[in-house]
Each structure stands twice: as structure tokens, then as C-alpha cells.
Design a protein around this ligand. Structure first.
Ligand SMILES: Nc1ncnc2c1ncn2[C@@H]1O[C@H](COP(=O)(O)OP(=O)(O)OP(=O)(O)O)[C@@H](O)[C@H]1O
Ligand SMILES: [Mg+2]
Length: 254
């Protein structure tokens, strides 16, 4: 059984057919890549999978459970995480505060307790701060934990996005262009973090990316989309050598 299965997804926005019957399957412990030209419908597919946009037809299943009608917050609680193409950090909050703000709601008091000192912090909240710090260490963001998130570099903002998702203990993470605007050295660093989380924590990833070299080297399985359809799927080698993929990219922006 796949951890995530989107089957025959259709989506219309303002009368425009954005998705025309897209199916993807994400095996447990795998890294799946999605490539395709601008406007192919990749981010829209993520929006239907994570619940921001309801598909007009088709189903989404997480660990075999139909979640097509489940609200986005509930999907996140069930273990489905996502990051956005444009990072959505709280610019004026510190990096650590951003991590705590992403935690499940029952820890809502934690942010306040950061200001009012740890002596009054309940054990549960202490654990949450420790968890946030531990993820920041893992993501090499510990040294900027107390800086406002708005001042981070593009790559660091991508890492913080990942960190915020990790606070929800996800089993499957959708990453929308994790390498966009990131310098080559940090691309390598982020790739290693993804691989590490996949191998040691067993987290499955679905990665939309225009940086073909990075995504093809990470992905166990690749989908290519064009005009709201999957036009090729298989190993990175098979997909990148498919003539339909070459045709789609002719004149398009990769
Ligand atoms: N909120 C919206 N309102 C109107 N049209 C939209 C909206 N969101 C997406 N679209 C349209 O749907 C199509 C697919 O967009 P989408 O953002 O999913 O593509 P994408 O594959 O993620 O592209 P990119 O690689 O540029 O991010 C495009 O034609 C886009 O203009
Ligand atoms: Mg997109």
C-alpha cells in the first residue's frame, strides 16, 4: 500500500481546466519527483492533495484512508506536511518562534512562555522548545534561532519551511520547489537533509522542482506533467529521455 495516492484528479479554476485526470502514487519510504513546465499544474496538484483546493473529481488517500473531504489542518495532523513555493514565514518573529508557532494548537501557550521565562513553562512546553531546537540544529539554523525570520537568506527560509513542517511529525512531506532561489552549496545541503530524513526517519517526500539535476538525483520515481496531465512517469532516466517530455519543454521554461 502506498503512503499517498492521488487518483484521477480533476481541477477547474474559473472555468480553466487546470488538472485533467492526474494520478500519482507515493510508496512508503520513497522520494517521488514531479517536473514540468511553468503552469503545468504541479502546485495545483499539491493544493488538491493537501486540501487547499477541492478537486472537482478524483480521490486522495493517505495510508489507505480516503481524505478527499478532510480539511487541510486535519490532513496535517494525520501526517501529511507541505511547504509552499513562496516561503510563508512570519517575518517579524524569530526563527525559533516560527518553529513553535507551527506546532500543534495544544501548545499554543508556548510562544508566550518563551517571553515569560522557562521557570513557569510546563514540562510539555519545554519538550516542544527542545524539539524545535533539535530540528534547528539538524537544519543548521541553530545559530540564527533568535534572529527575525525575515532576514534569512532564500535557502535558510526554505530550511525553516521544512523545519516548520517537521514540528508536526509528518509521515509524508510535499515540497514545492525547495531549491528555487537557493545557492548551489545549500542545494546540496538541503538535498542531504531530505535524504537523511527519508532514510533515518522513514519520511516519504514528493518534490516539485525545476532544478532537474537535483530532483532527478534525489527521486526514486519521477512524474513529468504538462497542461494538467502526467505525460511520463518512471525512473529519472526513463522520464528525462522520453520524447514527450522533450517536446513539452521545447519553448517552455524548465
Ligand atoms: N488561483 C488561481 N487562479 C487562476 N488560475 C490559477 C490559479 N492557480 C493556478 N492557476 C492556473 O493554473 C495553471 C497551473 O498553475 P500551477 O501554479 O499549478 O502550475 P505549476 O506547474 O506549479 O507552475 P510553476 O512551475 O510555474 O510553479 C496555470 O495556468 C495557472 O495560471
Ligand atoms: Mg508551481
Amino acid at each position: 500500500m502506498a503512503i499517498l495516492e492521488a487518483t484521477d484528479i480533476y481541477l477547474q479554476i474559473g472555468g480553466f481546466h487546470v488538472l485533467n485526470g492526474v494520478s500519482i502514487s507515493v510508496p512508503h519510504d520513497s522520494i517521488v519527483g514531479i517536473v514540468g513546465t511553468n503552469g503545468a499544474g504541479k502546485s495545483s496538484l499539491f493544493a488538491t492533495i493537501s486540501g487547499q483546493l477541492p478537486p472537482s473529481r478524483g480521490t486522495v488517500a493517505l495510508e489507505g484512508r480516503d481524505i478527499t473531504a478532510t480539511p487541510p489542518r486535519k490532513r496535517a495532523q494525520m501526517g501529511l506536511g507541505r511547504t509552499f513555493q513562496v516561503p510563508r514565514e512570519f517575518k517579524d518573529l524569530t526563527v525559533l518562534e516560527n518553529m513553535l508557532a507551527a506546532a500543534p494548537r495544544r501548545y499554543g501557550e508556548t510562544l508566550r512562555s518563551v517571553y515569560f521565562g522557562f521557570s513557569s513553562v510546563r514540562q510539555e512546553e519545554k519538550m516542544l522548545v527542545e524539539q524545535a531546537r533539535s530540528w534547528l540544529r539538524f537544519l543548521n539554523l541553530e545559530q540564527v534561532a533568535h534572529r527575525p525570520a525575515g532576514g534569512l537568506s532564500g535557502g535558510q527560509k526554505k530550511l525553516l519551511e521544512l523545519g516548520r513542517v517537521l514540528m508536526l511529525s509528518p509521515r509524508c512531506i510535499l515540497l514545492d520547489e525547495p531549491f528555487a532561489g537557493v545557492n548551489p552549496v545549500l542545494i546540496q545541503g538541503i538535498s542531504e537533509k531530505i535524504q537523511n530524513l527519508n532514510k533515518s526517519e522513514g519520511i516519504a517526500f514528493v518534490i516539485i522542482e525545476h532544478h532537474l539535476e537535483a530532483v532527478t538525483s534525489l527521486a526514486d520515481y519521477l512524474y513529468a506533467m504538462n497542461e494538467g496531465l502526467v505525460i511520463a512517469e518512471g525512473s529519472s532516466e526513463v522520464v528525462m529521455n522520453d520524447p514527450r517530455v522533450h517536446n513539452a519543454y521545447m519553448g517552455g521554461v524548465i
